[in-house]
Design a protein around this ligand. Structure first.
Ligand SMILES: [Zn+2]
Length: 418
């Protein structure tokens, strides 16, 4: 009936408004939490420049978001306190969290006075931005911001340069996207150099396509080696059944993710057969049925290379819940100073930001005994969050039936310069 459907639409709109109310309340609570934590840290003698450490990380855990997103959400909340009309529009449902983020993003480089001026001009609480699209909102915000502070455009450009980076993400069919974010001049120059190389090769009779020559040249120049792969270690984690008995269990390529068993076999066996490459085979055993790599110990204070490699393979990415940033630190879960040992059980891989957050006052972590490697992290407010190492190829799923009685073996194949 039409009446029922009208009711459904009313319900959808009502829930949308509720999400905005909830988002605005979360922002208010985040700002209040930040202030209160900073006050407590100041009272505990934390130097001014270190106050606020770990605050965004706690908000992220509570919101089931990555630490990176947690700090952006806290930044958004703090900026909104200086933009009362935008904040009011958020509370009333006229602007949702995403659209509020668009407004804050383009005003963050302004002084508080100029940001307040933009807020006043946009008058979002009057419904002035209601019904217009995201692009139109961005255009309105930028126009208002540039009018007040034309130099901010230059500042933004200077800041953008500092964000240059290279990243890797999976593409279909066991391919990968290697992406570089570069200042325009460098990007154009790099592309032109690859194009030139392709033209030269093809005019000399090379039968590869232009794209193929460009891709091969990029790899060769970045790795410094013709053919591009020797000398750089590629680790592959797969079960012995997948390698030797054509089992279908997918493998894991650290730094990339899951790949089909057949691709892993090709990678492992083709390079094993090739003469100029030597193949390292490391056998890592698991406790029967447990699906965990067996621990290695060291008496040293720092993690030795083998143990680091082990943590890298076991943890894959930063161990903080919801964070999947690359591992940058091999961390003692229980600190060395507090009697924590240099073992795989007491070790975890963390990204730079999470390692820093963990060092803030009031944070505690401990390994939790169990079938899969688990870390319990307790934040200054007394909330505890658990992180379990990702399953390895062939490992039983956590909580699933563990009927396998034979010892599971895994191979880590690593190629290195002979
Ligand atoms: Zn992290």
């Amino acid at each position: 009936m039409a009446g029922d459907d009208a009711g459904k639409i009313n319900q959808i709109r009502g829930l949308e408004d509720l999400k905005c109310v909830a988002g605005a309340r979360q922002a208010e609570a985040s700002v209040a939490f930040d202030l209160s934590q900073r006050r407590k840290q100041a009272a505990a003698g934390v130097p001014a420049e270190e106050q606020g450490a770990g605050v965004a990380a706690q908000i992220a855990l509570a919101r089931r978001e990555s630490p990176n997103r947690g700090s952006r959400l806290l930044g958004l909340a703090r900026a909104l306190t200086g933009m009362p009309r935008t904040f009011a529009a958020f509370r009333s449902g006229l602007l949702n969290e995403w659209r509020v983020t668009l407004i804050v993003k383009d005003t963050i480089c302004l002084t508080p006075e100029n940001r307040a001026g933009v807020d006043e001009e946009l008058a979002a609480d009057t419904g002035a931005l209601d019904g217009i699209g995201d692009k139109a909102i961005i255009a309105a915000v930028r126009a208002a911001a540039y009018r007040r502070d034309p130099a901010s455009v230059a500042k933004r450009a200077a800041r953008a340069v500092t964000e240059r980076t290279v990243s890797l993400r999976p593409a279909p069919d066991t391919m990968t996207y290697l992406t570089a974010l570069l200042p325009v001049a460098q990007g154009v120059a790099a592309f032109a150099a690859l194009s030139r190389e392709a033209d030269t090769a093809r005019s000399a009779g090379d039968d590869r396509s232009r794209g193929q020559v460009m891709a091969d040249t990029l790899v060769e120049r970045a790795t410094g080696i013709p053919g591009g792969v020797t000398g750089v270690e590629i680790q592959l984690v797969m079960t012995d059944r997948a390698l030797l008995q054509a089992d279908g269990e997918p493998a894991r390529l650290p730094g990339y993710g899951t790949i089909p068993a057949a691709s892993a076999r090709n990678l492992a066996l083709s390079h094993a057969a090739s003469h100029e490459l030597s193949l390292w085979v490391r056998r890592l055993y698991t406790a029967p049925g447990a699906g965990e790599l067996v621990a290695m110990d060291s008496t040293a204070r720092l993690f030795p290379p083998n143990l680091k490699r082990f943590l890298q393979v076991r943890d894959e990415t930063c161990r903080t819940p919801y964070c999947d940033a690359p591992i940058r630190h091999h961390d003692h879960i229980l600190g060395w100073a507090g009697g924590g040992k240099t073992t795989a059980g007491n070790g975890q891989g963390l990204c730079e930001a999470c390692n820093h957050a963990k060092e803030a006052p009031g944070w505690n972590a401990r390994p939790v005994p169990g079938p899969a490697h688990t870390v319990a992290t307790t934040t200054p407010t007394g909330h505890t969050y658990h992180s379990t190492a990702p399953p390895l190829p062939g490992a039983p799923l956590a909580g699933g039936a563990q009927s396998c009685s034979s010892q599971k073996r895994r191979l880590t194949l690593a190629r290195a310069t002979p």
